[in-house]
Design a protein around this ligand. Structure first.
Ligand SMILES: [Zn+2]
Length: 500
Protein backbone atom coordinates (compact mmCIF):
# COMPACT_ATOMS: atom_id res chain seq x y z
CA UNK A 1 0.00 0.00 0.00
CA UNK A 2 1.19 3.45 -0.80
CA UNK A 3 1.77 5.84 2.09
CA UNK A 4 -0.93 8.17 0.86
CA UNK A 5 -3.64 5.45 1.00
CA UNK A 6 -2.48 4.36 4.43
CA UNK A 7 -2.86 7.88 5.70
CA UNK A 8 -6.22 8.20 3.98
CA UNK A 9 -7.48 4.89 5.41
CA UNK A 10 -6.18 5.85 8.80
CA UNK A 11 -7.96 9.19 8.79
CA UNK A 12 -11.18 7.57 7.59
CA UNK A 13 -10.94 5.18 10.50
CA UNK A 14 -10.26 8.05 12.90
CA UNK A 15 -13.25 10.00 11.62
CA UNK A 16 -15.44 6.90 11.94
CA UNK A 17 -14.22 6.33 15.49
CA UNK A 18 -14.75 10.02 16.33
CA UNK A 19 -18.28 9.95 14.94
CA UNK A 20 -19.04 6.73 16.80
CA UNK A 21 -17.93 8.46 19.95
CA UNK A 22 -19.78 11.72 19.34
CA UNK A 23 -22.90 10.69 17.51
CA UNK A 24 -24.89 9.86 20.65
CA UNK A 25 -24.05 13.26 22.18
CA UNK A 26 -27.35 15.13 22.25
CA UNK A 27 -27.29 18.91 22.90
CA UNK A 28 -28.28 18.03 26.45
CA UNK A 29 -25.27 15.73 26.85
CA UNK A 30 -22.99 18.34 25.33
CA UNK A 31 -24.34 20.92 27.75
CA UNK A 32 -23.80 18.56 30.66
CA UNK A 33 -20.23 17.92 29.52
CA UNK A 34 -19.49 21.68 29.43
CA UNK A 35 -20.94 22.10 32.94
CA UNK A 36 -18.88 19.16 34.19
CA UNK A 37 -15.77 20.78 32.75
CA UNK A 38 -16.72 24.01 34.50
CA UNK A 39 -17.08 22.10 37.79
CA UNK A 40 -13.65 20.53 37.22
CA UNK A 41 -12.15 23.97 36.57
CA UNK A 42 -13.58 25.17 39.90
CA UNK A 43 -12.04 22.27 41.83
CA UNK A 44 -14.43 19.43 41.07
CA UNK A 45 -18.07 18.76 41.84
CA UNK A 46 -17.22 16.95 45.07
CA UNK A 47 -15.23 19.89 46.40
CA UNK A 48 -18.10 22.26 45.51
CA UNK A 49 -20.61 19.95 47.17
CA UNK A 50 -18.48 19.93 50.30
CA UNK A 51 -18.78 23.72 50.73
CA UNK A 52 -20.96 24.18 53.80
CA UNK A 53 -20.17 27.75 54.74
CA UNK A 54 -18.66 30.67 52.92
CA UNK A 55 -17.54 34.04 54.27
CA UNK A 56 -16.85 36.85 51.84
CA UNK A 57 -15.43 40.22 52.88
CA UNK A 58 -14.95 43.18 50.60
CA UNK A 59 -16.92 46.09 49.21
CA UNK A 60 -20.33 46.35 47.66
CA UNK A 61 -21.98 49.05 45.59
CA UNK A 62 -25.73 48.91 45.29
CA UNK A 63 -27.69 51.02 42.84
CA UNK A 64 -31.38 50.71 43.67
CA UNK A 65 -33.67 49.99 40.74
CA UNK A 66 -36.75 52.23 40.47
CA UNK A 67 -35.55 54.53 43.26
CA UNK A 68 -34.01 57.43 41.33
CA UNK A 69 -34.77 61.00 42.43
CA UNK A 70 -36.14 61.77 38.98
CA UNK A 71 -38.19 59.46 36.80
CA UNK A 72 -35.64 59.65 33.97
CA UNK A 73 -33.05 57.96 36.23
CA UNK A 74 -33.84 54.28 36.75
CA UNK A 75 -31.33 53.98 39.55
CA UNK A 76 -30.56 55.60 42.86
CA UNK A 77 -26.76 55.37 42.65
CA UNK A 78 -24.93 54.04 45.68
CA UNK A 79 -21.26 54.22 46.58
CA UNK A 80 -18.89 51.38 47.46
CA UNK A 81 -18.87 50.45 51.15
CA UNK A 82 -17.59 47.64 53.34
CA UNK A 83 -19.65 44.47 53.02
CA UNK A 84 -19.50 41.03 54.62
CA UNK A 85 -21.52 38.03 53.53
CA UNK A 86 -21.65 34.88 55.67
CA UNK A 87 -23.63 31.94 54.29
CA UNK A 88 -24.43 28.61 55.90
CA UNK A 89 -25.78 26.56 52.97
CA UNK A 90 -27.01 23.79 55.27
CA UNK A 91 -29.17 26.13 57.40
CA UNK A 92 -29.80 27.63 55.05
CA UNK A 93 -29.09 31.01 56.61
CA UNK A 94 -27.08 34.13 55.89
CA UNK A 95 -25.84 37.26 57.62
CA UNK A 96 -24.88 40.44 55.75
CA UNK A 97 -23.04 43.31 57.40
CA UNK A 98 -23.23 46.54 55.43
CA UNK A 99 -21.26 49.75 55.73
CA UNK A 100 -18.78 50.95 58.35
CA UNK A 101 -21.51 50.56 61.00
CA UNK A 102 -21.96 46.89 59.99
CA UNK A 103 -25.75 47.20 59.68
CA UNK A 104 -27.01 43.65 59.97
CA UNK A 105 -29.43 41.70 57.84
CA UNK A 106 -30.10 38.10 58.86
CA UNK A 107 -32.09 35.56 56.86
CA UNK A 108 -32.69 32.17 58.45
CA UNK A 109 -34.91 29.87 56.41
CA UNK A 110 -36.23 28.15 59.53
CA UNK A 111 -36.50 31.02 61.97
CA UNK A 112 -37.18 34.02 59.72
CA UNK A 113 -34.99 37.09 59.59
CA UNK A 114 -34.58 40.73 60.45
CA UNK A 115 -32.70 43.80 59.36
CA UNK A 116 -31.33 46.99 60.75
CA UNK A 117 -33.18 49.86 59.05
CA UNK A 118 -30.72 52.79 58.94
CA UNK A 119 -30.04 52.30 62.68
CA UNK A 120 -33.54 53.57 63.46
CA UNK A 121 -35.28 50.18 63.83
CA UNK A 122 -34.86 46.41 63.70
CA UNK A 123 -37.51 45.02 61.38
CA UNK A 124 -38.50 41.39 60.69
CA UNK A 125 -38.14 40.12 57.13
CA UNK A 126 -41.26 39.40 55.10
CA UNK A 127 -41.72 36.03 53.38
CA UNK A 128 -40.96 37.46 49.92
CA UNK A 129 -37.62 38.79 51.20
CA UNK A 130 -36.74 35.37 52.63
CA UNK A 131 -37.69 33.70 49.32
CA UNK A 132 -35.26 35.98 47.48
CA UNK A 133 -32.48 34.73 49.75
CA UNK A 134 -33.42 31.13 48.98
CA UNK A 135 -33.12 31.77 45.24
CA UNK A 136 -29.74 33.46 45.72
CA UNK A 137 -28.40 30.57 47.84
CA UNK A 138 -29.08 28.18 44.97
CA UNK A 139 -27.65 30.69 42.51
CA UNK A 140 -24.47 31.37 44.54
CA UNK A 141 -21.63 30.55 42.18
CA UNK A 142 -20.08 28.24 44.78
CA UNK A 143 -23.21 26.07 44.57
CA UNK A 144 -24.64 26.88 41.15
CA UNK A 145 -23.03 23.97 39.33
CA UNK A 146 -24.06 21.54 42.05
CA UNK A 147 -27.69 22.49 41.30
CA UNK A 148 -27.17 22.80 37.55
CA UNK A 149 -25.84 19.24 37.38
CA UNK A 150 -28.45 17.92 39.82
CA UNK A 151 -31.39 15.73 38.85
CA UNK A 152 -33.91 18.53 39.35
CA UNK A 153 -32.40 20.69 36.60
CA UNK A 154 -33.14 20.14 32.94
CA UNK A 155 -30.46 21.07 30.44
CA UNK A 156 -32.12 22.45 27.30
CA UNK A 157 -29.25 22.91 24.86
CA UNK A 158 -26.00 24.48 23.96
CA UNK A 159 -24.75 27.26 21.70
CA UNK A 160 -21.58 29.26 21.10
CA UNK A 161 -20.77 32.96 21.30
CA UNK A 162 -17.88 35.30 21.96
CA UNK A 163 -17.83 37.40 25.12
CA UNK A 164 -15.27 40.22 25.03
CA UNK A 165 -13.67 38.45 22.09
CA UNK A 166 -13.28 35.17 23.98
CA UNK A 167 -15.08 32.05 22.70
CA UNK A 168 -17.73 30.71 25.06
CA UNK A 169 -20.12 27.79 25.30
CA UNK A 170 -23.58 28.81 26.43
CA UNK A 171 -25.54 26.13 28.24
CA UNK A 172 -29.27 26.78 28.56
CA UNK A 173 -30.97 25.14 31.51
CA UNK A 174 -33.98 25.38 33.77
CA UNK A 175 -33.79 25.15 37.54
CA UNK A 176 -36.51 23.57 39.64
CA UNK A 177 -37.68 27.09 40.63
CA UNK A 178 -38.58 27.55 36.93
CA UNK A 179 -35.86 30.13 36.30
CA UNK A 180 -34.20 29.73 32.87
CA UNK A 181 -30.45 30.31 32.80
CA UNK A 182 -27.98 30.85 30.03
CA UNK A 183 -24.66 29.81 31.53
CA UNK A 184 -21.63 31.30 29.75
CA UNK A 185 -18.57 29.06 30.12
CA UNK A 186 -15.21 30.36 28.88
CA UNK A 187 -13.82 27.95 26.28
CA UNK A 188 -10.23 28.42 27.44
CA UNK A 189 -10.48 28.55 31.24
CA UNK A 190 -13.71 26.50 31.45
CA UNK A 191 -14.86 28.90 34.19
CA UNK A 192 -18.33 30.47 34.30
CA UNK A 193 -18.05 34.09 33.24
CA UNK A 194 -21.73 34.98 33.12
CA UNK A 195 -25.23 33.90 34.12
CA UNK A 196 -28.13 35.35 32.17
CA UNK A 197 -31.66 34.82 33.37
CA UNK A 198 -35.16 36.23 33.63
CA UNK A 199 -37.01 36.28 36.92
CA UNK A 200 -39.99 37.96 38.50
CA UNK A 201 -39.02 41.27 40.09
CA UNK A 202 -41.75 43.39 41.61
CA UNK A 203 -43.12 45.70 40.22
CA UNK A 204 -41.53 45.12 36.79
CA UNK A 205 -42.59 41.49 36.33
CA UNK A 206 -40.45 39.33 34.00
CA UNK A 207 -37.10 41.02 34.43
CA UNK A 208 -33.91 40.30 32.45
CA UNK A 209 -30.90 39.91 34.70
CA UNK A 210 -27.25 39.20 34.14
CA UNK A 211 -24.43 38.42 36.56
CA UNK A 212 -20.81 38.40 35.47
CA UNK A 213 -18.00 36.69 37.38
CA UNK A 214 -14.29 37.41 37.08
CA UNK A 215 -11.02 37.38 38.99
CA UNK A 216 -11.21 33.67 39.90
CA UNK A 217 -8.68 32.75 42.59
CA UNK A 218 -7.87 29.66 44.66
CA UNK A 219 -9.81 29.40 47.91
CA UNK A 220 -8.76 26.21 49.70
CA UNK A 221 -9.28 23.43 47.16
CA UNK A 222 -11.71 25.36 44.94
CA UNK A 223 -11.54 28.36 42.60
CA UNK A 224 -14.03 31.18 43.20
CA UNK A 225 -14.61 34.59 41.58
CA UNK A 226 -13.60 37.67 43.56
CA UNK A 227 -15.74 39.99 41.43
CA UNK A 228 -19.49 39.77 40.79
CA UNK A 229 -21.45 42.38 38.84
CA UNK A 230 -25.23 42.23 38.50
CA UNK A 231 -27.27 44.01 35.84
CA UNK A 232 -31.04 44.39 35.81
CA UNK A 233 -32.91 45.95 32.88
CA UNK A 234 -29.45 46.57 31.36
CA UNK A 235 -28.36 48.72 34.30
CA UNK A 236 -25.63 47.81 36.80
CA UNK A 237 -27.45 47.37 40.10
CA UNK A 238 -24.78 45.67 42.20
CA UNK A 239 -20.99 45.39 42.24
CA UNK A 240 -19.28 43.09 44.73
CA UNK A 241 -15.49 43.05 44.95
CA UNK A 242 -14.17 40.55 47.47
CA UNK A 243 -10.86 40.97 49.29
CA UNK A 244 -11.11 37.82 51.36
CA UNK A 245 -12.95 34.53 50.90
CA UNK A 246 -13.08 31.63 53.35
CA UNK A 247 -14.88 28.33 52.92
CA UNK A 248 -15.98 25.99 55.68
CA UNK A 249 -14.76 28.25 58.47
CA UNK A 250 -16.70 28.69 61.70
CA UNK A 251 -19.43 31.33 61.61
CA UNK A 252 -19.98 33.79 64.49
CA UNK A 253 -23.09 32.20 66.00
CA UNK A 254 -23.99 35.35 67.95
CA UNK A 255 -24.62 37.17 64.65
CA UNK A 256 -27.18 34.54 63.68
CA UNK A 257 -29.40 35.16 66.71
CA UNK A 258 -32.65 37.08 66.17
CA UNK A 259 -33.12 39.63 69.03
CA UNK A 260 -35.55 38.31 71.59
CA UNK A 261 -38.34 40.81 71.03
CA UNK A 262 -38.36 40.02 67.30
CA UNK A 263 -38.18 36.22 67.28
CA UNK A 264 -41.91 35.58 67.31
CA UNK A 265 -42.68 38.24 64.70
CA UNK A 266 -39.86 37.02 62.44
CA UNK A 267 -41.06 33.43 62.72
CA UNK A 268 -44.69 34.29 62.00
CA UNK A 269 -43.79 36.24 58.84
CA UNK A 270 -41.16 33.79 57.56
CA UNK A 271 -43.37 31.54 55.45
CA UNK A 272 -46.74 33.24 55.62
CA UNK A 273 -48.55 33.89 52.33
CA UNK A 274 -50.25 36.82 54.06
CA UNK A 275 -49.01 40.08 55.50
CA UNK A 276 -50.50 41.82 58.51
CA UNK A 277 -52.10 45.22 57.89
CA UNK A 278 -53.58 46.87 60.98
CA UNK A 279 -56.40 49.34 60.31
CA UNK A 280 -56.89 52.41 62.50
CA UNK A 281 -59.92 54.66 61.99
CA UNK A 282 -58.59 58.23 61.81
CA UNK A 283 -61.97 59.85 61.11
CA UNK A 284 -65.33 58.42 60.09
CA UNK A 285 -64.69 56.32 56.98
CA UNK A 286 -60.98 57.18 56.86
CA UNK A 287 -58.49 54.44 57.76
CA UNK A 288 -54.74 54.18 58.21
CA UNK A 289 -53.49 50.73 57.18
CA UNK A 290 -50.21 49.96 58.93
CA UNK A 291 -48.09 47.20 57.41
CA UNK A 292 -44.75 45.74 58.52
CA UNK A 293 -42.64 48.34 56.76
CA UNK A 294 -45.09 50.25 54.58
CA UNK A 295 -48.50 51.87 55.08
CA UNK A 296 -51.41 53.31 53.19
CA UNK A 297 -54.80 54.94 53.75
CA UNK A 298 -58.32 54.40 52.43
CA UNK A 299 -61.20 56.85 52.27
CA UNK A 300 -64.86 55.96 51.96
CA UNK A 301 -67.02 58.12 49.64
CA UNK A 302 -70.78 57.78 49.13
CA UNK A 303 -70.46 55.32 46.22
CA UNK A 304 -66.81 54.35 46.06
CA UNK A 305 -63.49 54.07 47.86
CA UNK A 306 -60.26 55.99 47.26
CA UNK A 307 -56.98 54.38 48.31
CA UNK A 308 -53.89 56.48 48.99
CA UNK A 309 -50.74 54.55 48.03
CA UNK A 310 -50.35 50.95 46.85
CA UNK A 311 -47.03 50.00 48.45
CA UNK A 312 -44.83 46.89 48.64
CA UNK A 313 -46.44 44.09 46.63
CA UNK A 314 -49.62 42.16 45.84
CA UNK A 315 -49.54 40.35 49.19
CA UNK A 316 -49.86 43.68 50.99
CA UNK A 317 -52.51 44.99 48.56
CA UNK A 318 -54.63 41.89 49.12
CA UNK A 319 -54.32 42.37 52.89
CA UNK A 320 -55.40 46.01 52.51
CA UNK A 321 -58.35 45.07 50.30
CA UNK A 322 -59.46 42.50 52.91
CA UNK A 323 -59.32 45.25 55.55
CA UNK A 324 -61.21 47.65 53.27
CA UNK A 325 -64.00 45.07 52.93
CA UNK A 326 -64.08 44.59 56.72
CA UNK A 327 -64.07 48.29 57.57
CA UNK A 328 -66.12 49.97 54.84
CA UNK A 329 -67.73 47.10 52.93
CA UNK A 330 -68.15 46.28 49.28
CA UNK A 331 -68.06 49.62 47.48
CA UNK A 332 -65.85 49.63 44.38
CA UNK A 333 -62.30 50.94 44.73
CA UNK A 334 -62.47 53.69 42.10
CA UNK A 335 -59.14 55.48 42.65
CA UNK A 336 -55.67 54.54 43.74
CA UNK A 337 -53.52 57.63 44.24
CA UNK A 338 -49.80 57.00 44.19
CA UNK A 339 -47.57 59.62 45.89
CA UNK A 340 -44.43 59.07 43.80
CA UNK A 341 -42.84 56.69 41.32
CA UNK A 342 -40.46 54.73 43.61
CA UNK A 343 -40.76 50.97 43.26
CA UNK A 344 -41.44 50.33 46.97
CA UNK A 345 -44.43 52.69 46.84
CA UNK A 346 -45.77 51.42 43.53
CA UNK A 347 -45.16 47.68 44.09
CA UNK A 348 -48.81 47.06 44.99
CA UNK A 349 -50.65 49.29 42.50
CA UNK A 350 -51.23 46.53 39.94
CA UNK A 351 -53.61 44.75 42.32
CA UNK A 352 -55.81 47.86 42.51
CA UNK A 353 -55.78 48.21 38.72
CA UNK A 354 -56.99 44.59 38.60
CA UNK A 355 -59.86 45.65 40.90
CA UNK A 356 -60.82 48.22 38.25
CA UNK A 357 -59.36 51.24 40.06
CA UNK A 358 -57.99 54.18 38.04
CA UNK A 359 -54.39 54.89 39.03
CA UNK A 360 -53.89 58.59 39.73
CA UNK A 361 -50.36 59.94 39.53
CA UNK A 362 -48.51 63.15 38.80
CA UNK A 363 -48.15 63.75 35.04
CA UNK A 364 -44.37 63.48 35.40
CA UNK A 365 -44.71 59.77 36.36
CA UNK A 366 -47.11 58.66 33.63
CA UNK A 367 -44.55 56.68 31.64
CA UNK A 368 -43.08 54.86 34.65
CA UNK A 369 -46.53 54.02 36.00
CA UNK A 370 -47.70 52.79 32.59
CA UNK A 371 -44.64 50.58 32.37
CA UNK A 372 -45.36 49.04 35.79
CA UNK A 373 -48.99 48.46 34.81
CA UNK A 374 -48.26 46.94 31.39
CA UNK A 375 -44.96 45.01 31.57
CA UNK A 376 -45.54 41.24 31.25
CA UNK A 377 -45.82 39.31 34.51
CA UNK A 378 -45.84 35.81 33.04
CA UNK A 379 -43.28 34.13 35.33
CA UNK A 380 -45.28 34.86 38.46
CA UNK A 381 -48.71 35.83 37.15
CA UNK A 382 -50.44 38.37 39.39
CA UNK A 383 -54.09 39.41 39.41
CA UNK A 384 -53.68 42.12 36.79
CA UNK A 385 -51.81 39.82 34.41
CA UNK A 386 -54.50 37.18 34.79
CA UNK A 387 -57.45 39.58 34.59
CA UNK A 388 -56.36 41.05 31.21
CA UNK A 389 -57.96 44.31 32.37
CA UNK A 390 -56.78 47.43 30.55
CA UNK A 391 -55.19 49.61 33.27
CA UNK A 392 -56.55 53.17 33.56
CA UNK A 393 -54.25 56.07 34.42
CA UNK A 394 -55.25 59.63 35.28
CA UNK A 395 -52.65 62.35 35.69
CA UNK A 396 -52.49 65.48 37.84
CA UNK A 397 -50.16 68.41 37.21
CA UNK A 398 -50.69 70.92 39.98
CA UNK A 399 -53.86 70.20 41.90
CA UNK A 400 -56.99 68.10 41.68
CA UNK A 401 -60.12 67.87 43.82
CA UNK A 402 -62.13 64.69 44.15
CA UNK A 403 -65.49 65.20 45.81
CA UNK A 404 -69.00 63.80 45.93
CA UNK A 405 -70.43 66.66 48.00
CA UNK A 406 -70.01 64.91 51.34
CA UNK A 407 -66.37 63.87 51.17
CA UNK A 408 -63.54 65.89 49.63
CA UNK A 409 -59.99 64.86 48.85
CA UNK A 410 -57.43 67.32 47.48
CA UNK A 411 -54.35 66.19 45.61
CA UNK A 412 -51.45 68.63 45.55
CA UNK A 413 -48.08 68.57 43.84
CA UNK A 414 -45.17 68.86 46.32
CA UNK A 415 -41.88 69.65 44.54
CA UNK A 416 -39.03 68.09 46.56
CA UNK A 417 -35.59 66.52 46.07
CA UNK A 418 -36.63 62.97 47.09
CA UNK A 419 -38.76 62.33 44.00
CA UNK A 420 -40.05 64.55 41.22
CA UNK A 421 -43.76 64.44 40.43
CA UNK A 422 -44.89 64.00 44.04
CA UNK A 423 -48.55 64.14 45.15
CA UNK A 424 -49.76 64.59 48.74
CA UNK A 425 -53.34 63.61 49.57
CA UNK A 426 -55.23 66.08 51.76
CA UNK A 427 -58.61 65.72 53.49
CA UNK A 428 -59.69 69.29 54.40
CA UNK A 429 -62.63 68.39 56.65
CA UNK A 430 -60.72 65.74 58.57
CA UNK A 431 -57.52 67.84 58.57
CA UNK A 432 -55.41 64.87 57.52
CA UNK A 433 -52.68 64.67 54.91
CA UNK A 434 -51.02 61.55 53.46
CA UNK A 435 -47.40 61.60 52.26
CA UNK A 436 -44.58 59.08 51.82
CA UNK A 437 -40.84 59.50 52.42
CA UNK A 438 -40.97 63.24 53.12
CA UNK A 439 -41.16 63.11 56.92
CA UNK A 440 -41.36 60.03 59.12
CA UNK A 441 -40.82 58.62 62.58
CA UNK A 442 -40.54 54.83 63.00
CA UNK A 443 -43.37 52.91 64.62
CA UNK A 444 -42.91 50.08 67.11
CA UNK A 445 -45.90 48.01 65.99
CA UNK A 446 -43.84 45.45 64.07
CA UNK A 447 -40.29 46.42 64.88
CA UNK A 448 -37.91 47.17 67.71
CA UNK A 449 -36.85 50.78 68.06
CA UNK A 450 -33.48 51.77 69.51
CA UNK A 451 -33.72 53.23 73.00
CA UNK A 452 -32.47 56.71 72.16
CA UNK A 453 -33.85 57.44 68.77
CA UNK A 454 -33.48 61.20 69.35
CA UNK A 455 -35.45 63.87 67.51
CA UNK A 456 -36.74 63.05 64.04
CA UNK A 457 -34.32 63.63 61.18
CA UNK A 458 -35.32 66.63 59.11
CA UNK A 459 -34.42 66.02 55.49
CA UNK A 460 -34.77 68.88 52.96
CA UNK A 461 -37.93 67.22 51.55
CA UNK A 462 -39.63 67.61 54.97
CA UNK A 463 -39.09 71.36 54.74
CA UNK A 464 -40.43 71.40 51.15
CA UNK A 465 -43.49 69.46 52.34
CA UNK A 466 -44.04 71.92 55.18
CA UNK A 467 -43.70 74.86 52.77
CA UNK A 468 -46.09 73.37 50.18
CA UNK A 469 -48.79 72.68 52.79
CA UNK A 470 -48.41 76.12 54.36
CA UNK A 471 -48.47 77.87 50.99
CA UNK A 472 -51.66 76.01 50.02
CA UNK A 473 -53.16 77.15 53.35
CA UNK A 474 -54.11 73.59 54.23
CA UNK A 475 -55.17 73.08 57.84
CA UNK A 476 -53.52 69.87 58.98
CA UNK A 477 -53.79 68.19 62.38
CA UNK A 478 -52.19 64.86 61.56
CA UNK A 479 -49.78 63.49 58.93
CA UNK A 480 -50.54 59.97 57.66
CA UNK A 481 -47.22 58.49 56.45
CA UNK A 482 -46.21 55.78 53.98
CA UNK A 483 -43.65 54.58 56.54
CA UNK A 484 -43.74 54.79 60.34
CA UNK A 485 -46.43 56.04 62.70
CA UNK A 486 -49.15 58.68 62.33
CA UNK A 487 -47.69 62.08 63.26
CA UNK A 488 -49.06 65.22 64.76
CA UNK A 489 -48.57 68.22 62.47
CA UNK A 490 -46.82 69.89 65.41
CA UNK A 491 -44.06 67.28 65.22
CA UNK A 492 -43.20 68.50 61.74
CA UNK A 493 -43.46 72.17 62.80
CA UNK A 494 -41.08 71.52 65.73
CA UNK A 495 -38.68 69.64 63.47
CA UNK A 496 -38.66 72.42 60.88
CA UNK A 497 -38.15 75.05 63.61
CA UNK A 498 -35.13 73.12 64.90
CA UNK A 499 -33.43 73.58 61.56
CA UNK A 500 -33.90 77.34 61.60
ZN1 LIG B 1 -39.42 57.27 47.85
Amino acid sequence: MKTQSVVSLFSTLLIALFQLNCAPLTPEDQGRRVLQEAAEAMGGLQALEAIETITRKGTRTRNSLGQGHVTTDRLLMGSPGPYTQMIDFDGPREVNLTGPREAIQLADWNKGGYRDVFGSALRPLEATQLQRYRIEWDRDIAKFLVHALGIETSIKGISEAAVDGKPHHIVSLQFIDAVYYDVYVDDTTHLISKLQFTEDRNPYGDLAKERTFSDYRDVGNVKLPFSEITQEMNEVTEIKEWAELTINGDLPEDRFVIPEGLQERAQSLAHSDRLPVIPTELAKGVYFGEGVGMNNMWVEFEDFILVAEGPNNEVQSLAVIRQIRETVGDKPIRYLVTTHHHSDHTGGIRTYAAEGATIITHANNEEVIREILTLPHSLKPDRLFESQIEPQIETVTDRKTITDGTRTVELIHVPNPHANGFLAIYLPKERLIFESDLFQIQSDTFQILPEQSGPARVPPEAIDFYNAVTKARFKVNRIVPGHGRVLEWKELVDAVNRTR
